[in-house]
Design a protein around this ligand. Structure first.
Ligand code: 5AD
Length: 439
């Protein structure tokens, strides 16, 4: 009987892909997926550390697994990814039944670590600075048969004062454009139609040997037959070039959507965050995007309650929301992260104040989204059908500009691009009617 594994993924899209790499490695080495943690011989927690809450979530989960581990002496528990990298052997003190600790990017050696962890408790594979070649992954067990995430770079060379990522994922390494294109051509030949390019600052990508920029890479991917949609995350405003905008305008395969994290609307706070741009220069980029001949949806990330953020700074963030009219906003309470520059600053905005500001941001943005989504009524749009919907209607898909559309239709549409007419909306999604072209 093959040993069975169960992977629980926390955090970002990069972690989702890392879990697919881990699964690919375990499957290739003779293991098989389990239906749930109770049925598994190996439980892998692939973790996040971007905010303290993410770290505490893993400790809570480890607490829940304690009983299972004491009942099942042969169970292997692996804690991998960013939280494992950050917390290191502290995890073993709190959860001595953990057999494997591994940082991100250890997917390709996971089965070795697990075997080692089974024999000589514990096995430790924390990240020491890796070579670009380590980004090449031979086996990826993809969860979705039409959309594939592809790593183009890993790590980050920026040093935003609040951010743990350069510490957990290291300095930026980029893959060769030839390797990326080969992987995507292979995916296209297997029927994948949507490619999701991943990198911590995805648009800083540059293949210096082949002289391929991020925009150049996008154009080459758009030319691959069978690839209908290309998305990417997350770009940094300072690496947003005219060349990139031009590529987005002329290549219909590149989705007309961009996630451009701003973090704050106050130049003073942006400076303290070491974001490398002012409000003014960020707004110049936004205005270029908004005046492009192709309409492009814009979303962003906001942190409230960064050290020393005053009511006035916060009002600047609200004014920014009003000015840009984002299609969606992810907002977070500032969480001090060890080893970051901001960790040394006084975390002087109270939790209550942060909570209040977060609620105000979310309320304000909700009104913007209601107004924005109302303008979709009556439009006919292309939707890539992704899943069964959670609500009463049966299916859910996404438009090129990343709006979720719920509609009724047969399950066989999943994975296809279809036409819908928009007949309703809520702050976070649209409701559509499927236009069945076969009738
Ligand atoms: N506290 C709160 N939010 C954070 N983010 C990153 N680091 C922190 C932190 N220390 C947010 C940023 C980033 C998103 C992925 O998470 O908004 O863009």
């Amino acid at each position: 009987m093959p040993k069975k594994y169960f992977i629980e993924t926390f955090g970002c899209q990069m972690n989702d892909l890392d879990s697919e790499k881990i699964a690919g490695n375990l499957l290739h080495n003779g293991m098989a997926p389990a239906d749930g943690p109770e049925q598994a011989d190996i439980i892998v927690l692939n973790t996040c550390s971007v905010r303290d809450k993410a770290v505490q979530k893993v400790y809570t989960r480890l607490g829940e697994l304690k009983q299972l581990a004491s009942r099942r002496k042969d169970l292997v528990v692996a804690v991998v990814g960013c939280m494992a990298q950050l917390e290191g052997e502290k995890i073993l003190k709190r959860a001595p039944y953990v057999n494997v600790l591994a940082g991100p990017q250890k997917g390709a050696v996971m089965s070795d670590l697990i075997e080692q962890g089974r024999r000589e408790h514990p096995a430790i594979g924390l990240r020491s600075d890796e070579i670009p070649e380590s980004l090449e992954t031979q086996y990826i067990l993809r969860q979705n048969p039409w959309r594939a995430s592809v790593t183009i770079s890993e790590g980050c060379n920026r040093n935003c004062s609040f951010c743990i990522v350069p510490i957990t994922r290291g300095q930026e390494r980029t893959r060769k454009s030839t390797d990326i294109l080969r992987e995507i051509k292979d995916l296209a030949s297997k029927g994948y139609i949507e490619i999701f390019l991943l990198g911590q600052t995805v648009n800083s990508y540059m293949d210096r040997v082949e002289q391929v920029s991020f925009a150049g890479l996008l154009r080459r991917i758009a030319a691959i037959q069978g690839i209908k949609r290309i998305r990417f995350t997350s770009p940094h405003p300072n690496d947003f070039t005219d060349e990139l905008l031009e590529a987005m305008v002329v290549c219909p395969q590149i989705c007309n959507q961009i996630h451009l994290p701003v973090q704050s609307g106050s130049t003073r706070i942006l400076r303290a965050m070491r974001r490398g741009y002012s409000l003014e220069s960020y707004l110049k980029i936004i205005s270029k995007i908004q005046s492009a001949s192709r309409s492009i949806a814009i979303s962003t990330d906001i942190i409230v309650g960064f050290p020393s953020e005053t009511e006035e700074d916060f009002q600047d963030t609200l004014s920014l929301l009003d000015e840009v009219q984002y299609d969606s906003v992810f907002s977070f309470k500032y969480s001090p992260r060890p080893y970051t520059a901001a960790f040394n600053l006084l975390d002087d905005v109270s939790d209550e104040e942060k909570k209040g500001r977060l609620e105000i941001v979310q309320k304000r943005q909700k009104m913007i989204q209601i107004r924005k989504n109302s303008t979709y009524l009556g439009l006919r749009l292309e939707v890539l059908v992704e899943d069964k919907a959670r609500s009463r209607v049966s299916l859910a898909g996404r438009t090129s500009d990343n709006k979720i559309v719920n509609f009724d239709g047969p399950e066989k549409l999943i994975g296809q691009i279809i036409q819908v007419e928009i007949a309703g909306f809520s702050p976070n999604s649209l409701k559509g009617i499927w236009i069945d072209s076969s009738v």
